[in-house]
Each structure stands twice: as structure tokens, then as C-alpha cells.
Design a protein around this ligand. Structure first.
Ligand SMILES: Cc1cc2nc3c(=O)[nH]c(=O)nc-3n(C[C@H](O)[C@H](O)[C@H](O)COP(=O)(O)OP(=O)(O)OC[C@H]3O[C@@H](n4cnc5c(N)ncnc54)[C@H](O)[C@@H]3O)c2cc1C
Length: 397
């Protein structure tokens, strides 16, 4: 089959599906190709099957990128409000879970169906299980050789995502294609990923596996107040996932994270007040007023010389307060791409126009979604980037 199109979109995930539908609705003849058998698997498994499809507080401050302002224009041109309007138009019921995070009431499949129907209605031709063998540019035309035929178009959009969850088809395709055309790629690494701890830490805290508690996690350059979860491999939970994206942010530096177990109170003042009041409680009992009992016991057991609060020295109070509010955690590593929700890094934003997502040095070549060096916080921001960047490219095709 040899067919010509106005635009070819590679990757029928969140960004690619939305981009193809947007361009198709503007009368462009669009071909959408994907190597996987199943459509938009990441949308399907997202948000525990309910797709946290956007966040009402989404701004460029919710993203990591070498150029933190890059995503600002796209997010403004197609905002969370615009996507909510689309979801409402299609009668998809949703609710806010927490912190502005919007989820489908029913299932992620509703979002996939909406995007797929819109693309089909707009005349987009979609081919699945289409392995791409080669991409070349002849003059002003891109030529694609694939297992399903050879195709040509003046515009090529790369929406092949990042490296997270290779078991459902993630591939480095987009990075390799960018490099083929001489574009810089910021080294990818796993983001929003559980952290592993060393055997000594696990020997001490591993028994608390499954325990979850609210805390404020401080990473280099950011802090997050959400739940922390102790696992049999180390640490997870929303606050840790968020912090993980910043943990390796500066090349080569793996600075410890600090966890404030009592962000609502001044632990130092509280302990002194307890002592002054002649509290008969042991340290574990006192800590259990603010922490899960098992964690309180574990922390007290690890504090030499901590007997009853009433008898604690100034020095012990200082030490306990510091360990409560600046609990230093040195992760051994991350659980890698198999467990990471996103991939940090990607096609350097300096290479792209922030309005059209077109490569400045390769006319007609666009990169959208997670393949770009724009990575959101947990909570719907990554899908919003997929919608915003997909829409902007779709309007430029
Ligand atoms: C478990 C999990 C849960 C998540 N939950 C949320 C959430 O609730 N909210 C949120 O905002 N974000 C969530 N995310 C992140 C979100 O899914 C991604 O950021 C988003 O899907 C990125 O969209 P994309 O279109 O760029 O890439 P993808 O959706 O990953 O789509 C890329 C597409 O490209 C195709 N492809 C890859 N390589 C090739 C190739 N060589 N040839 C052809 N096609 C190829 C893939 O098959 C895929 O269909 C979650 C991620 C995971 C892993």
C-alpha cells in the first residue's frame, strides 16, 4: 500500500490520538500508526483504571524540564478547562479526588473511546501493530517504511512516549528519531518511581511494609506534602513518587531526601512542652499521638537514652526533634522503568517551537507528549501535557 497523507502521527497514545483527531477535524488527511496491538494502554491502566485525566490547578510550575517555561504557552492555549469541557460534552462523569485531581467516575476506557471516536469521525486512518522500519526525509516529504506499507507526508508528528512500562510497548523510538535528525535528547531517566533502600535500612524498617502516613518530603528543589508508604523494597506513596523525580535531578548528585513526619507542628517545642508538663509517657507513647503506633515504636527503639519524656535531656530532645522533622533518607536507587509512571528527559525543548512543537531545525517534524523533555508532577499533569501539546501540534499541521 502506498498512500500519501498531509500528516503522519507515530504513537496512538494520549498525545498522538488527540493530535490526530485535532488535525483531522481541521480537514487534514491524517495517518496514525502504532506498534502495539492495543490502543492507548497507558490511558487504560492510568489512575488505577479511572484515568486521572487532568488537574484543575495545572500550570507550568507542575513540570520538570531543562526549560521550565517551555510548556507554558501550550498549557495556556489548551488548558485543563478545555479538556474538561470536552469530557463534559461527551457526557463522561468525573469527580475531584484530592488536590485538584480529576478522575472518571466509571473507567479510563471512556476517555479512550472519546478520543478514538473523535479521531475516526475526523477521518483519521489508524493502523495498529505497525512496526516502523525506517523514516527518511526526501525534500519536503517524510517517508515511512513499515510492516503495513510505505507512507509519505509533509508533516510527521512523533508521539511515541517515554520508556516507562516497557511491558506494554514503551520504546526509545522517539529519542532515536530525534537523534537521526540531529536533535538533542536530554538523557532519559525514570520519574514518579518508587525508591529502593539499602539492606541496613530494610532490616530496620522493612517490618513496617504496608504502613502509610502523611508527611512532607523534601527533595532538592521541591517539597511535597502527601502520603508516604513503606514497602518491602523501600519507599513509595505519592509524596515519595513526586520527590523521586527531583532526587536525581542534578546530574550525578544523589542527595538524601528529608522527611518531615510532623509538618503541622514544631516537634521541638512540643516535646519540651510535654517534658515541662511532667509527661509520664515513654517516647513511643508520646510519638504515637502524631504517628502510626508501629512507626512511633520503631523510631523510639532507635533513639538511645530516650526513656520517659519527662526525663529527656535537652540534647535528646534536640536529636528526637531533628529525626522527626528532618528524617534523612538516602535511597539506594529507583525501581526503574518497569515501575516508573513517567520518563524524565527527552527531546530537548530548545530544539522545539513552544507553540507548534515543531523542530526548529527540521521543518514539518513535531514532537509531543512524554517524548519531550517536559515531565509533570503526579496528579493529572502528564495527561494535561499530552492534551495541550497534542492540540497545539494538531492545530499547526
Ligand atoms: C501506570 C501508570 C499510570 C499513570 N497514570 C496517570 C494518570 O492517572 N494521570 C496522568 O496524568 N498521567 C498518568 N500516567 C502518565 C501518562 O500515562 C503518560 O504521561 C501519557 O500516557 C503520555 O502520553 P503519550 O501519548 O506521550 O505517550 P503514551 O500514552 O505512552 O503513548 C505512546 C504510544 O506510542 C506507541 N509506540 C511506542 N513506541 C513505538 C514505536 N516504535 N512505533 C510505533 N508506536 C510506538 C505506544 O504503543 C503508545 O501507544 C501514568 C503512567 C503509568 C505508567
Amino acid at each position: 500500500m502506498n498512500l500519501d497523507f498531509d500528516a503522519i502521527v507515530i504513537g496512538a497514545g494520549a498525545a498522538g490520538l488527540f493530535c490526530a483527531g485535532t488535525a483531522g477535524a481541521r480537514g487534514r488527511r491524517v495517518l496514525l500508526l502504532d506498534a502495539s496491538a492495543r490502543l492507548a494502554e497507558k490511558i487504560r491502566i492510568s489512575g488505577g483504571g479511572r484515568c486521572n485525566f487532568t488537574n484543575i490547578h495545572c500550570t507550568h510550575h507542575n513540570f520538570l524540564s531543562r526549560q521550565p517555561e517551555f510548556c507554558r504557552q501550550a498549557l495556556a492555549r489548551f488548558s485543563a478547562r478545555d479538556f474538561i469541557a470536552l469530557v463534559d460534552k461527551h457526557g463522561i462523569a468525573w469527580h475531584e479526588k484530592t488536590l485538584g485531581q480529576l478522575f472518571c467516575d466509571d473507567s479510563s476506557q471512556r476517555i479512550i473511546d472519546m478520543l478514538d471516536r473523535n479521531a475516526a469521525r475526523a477521518g483519521v486512518k489508524r493502523l495498529m501493530q505497525c512496526a516502523i522500519a525506517a523514516v527518511a526525509k526526501d525534500g519536503d516529504q517524510f517517508r515511512i517504511e513499515s510492516t503495513q506499507g510505505n507512507f509519505r507526508a509533509a508533516k510527521l508528528v512523533v508521539a511515541s512516549g517515554g520508556l516507562s512500562i516497557p511491558q506494554i510497548g514503551a520504546s526509545p523510538f522517539g529519542y532515536r528519531l530525534a537523534e537521526q535528525f540531529g536533535l538533542e535528547v536530554v538523557a532519559p531517566r525514570p520519574g514518579l518511581v518508587p525508591l529502593s533502600m539499602d539492606p541496613a535500612w530494610l532490616a530496620r524498617y522493612g517490618d513496617l511494609s504496608g504502613l502509610s502516613f502523611p508527611a512532607e518530603v523534601h527533595a532538592p528543589g521541591a517539597k511535597f506534602r502527601e502520603q508516604v508508604l513503606i514497602t518491602h523494597r523501600g519507599l513509595s506513596g505519592p509524596a515519595i513518587l513526586q520527590a523521586s523525580s527531583y532526587w536525581q535531578w542534578q546530574e550525578g548528585t544523589k542527595r538524601p531526601l528529608e522527611i518531615d513526619l510532623m509538618p503541622e507542628i514544631d516537634a521541638h517545642a512540643w516535646l519540651r512542652q510535654l517534658r515541662a508538663g511532667g509527661s509520664r509517657a515513654g517516647l513511643a507513647g508520646a510519638l504515637a499521638q502524631h504517628l502510626p503506633r508501629r512507626l512511633a515504636q520503631q523510631l523510639a527503639d532507635g533513639t538511645p537514652g530516650a526513656g520517659r519524656v519527662a526525663e529527656m535531656s535537652n540534647r535528646t530532645i534536640d536529636e528526637v526533634a531533628t529525626s522527626l522533622q528532618r528524617w534523612s533518607i538516602q535511597p539506594a536507587g529507583t525501581l526503574g522503568y518497569r515501575k516508573a509512571e513517567v520518563t524524565l528527559g527527552g527531546v530537548a525543548t530548545e530544539e522545539l517551537d513552544p507553540v507548534s512543537l515543531e523542530a526548529r531545525r527540521v521543518p514539518g517534524l513535531h514532537f509531543i507528549g512524554e517524548v519531550v523533555d517536559v515531565t509533570g508532577h503526579l496528579g493529572g499533569h502528564n495527561f494535561q501535557w499530552a492534551w495541550s501539546s497534542g492540540w497545539c501540534a494538531g492545530m499547526a499541521l
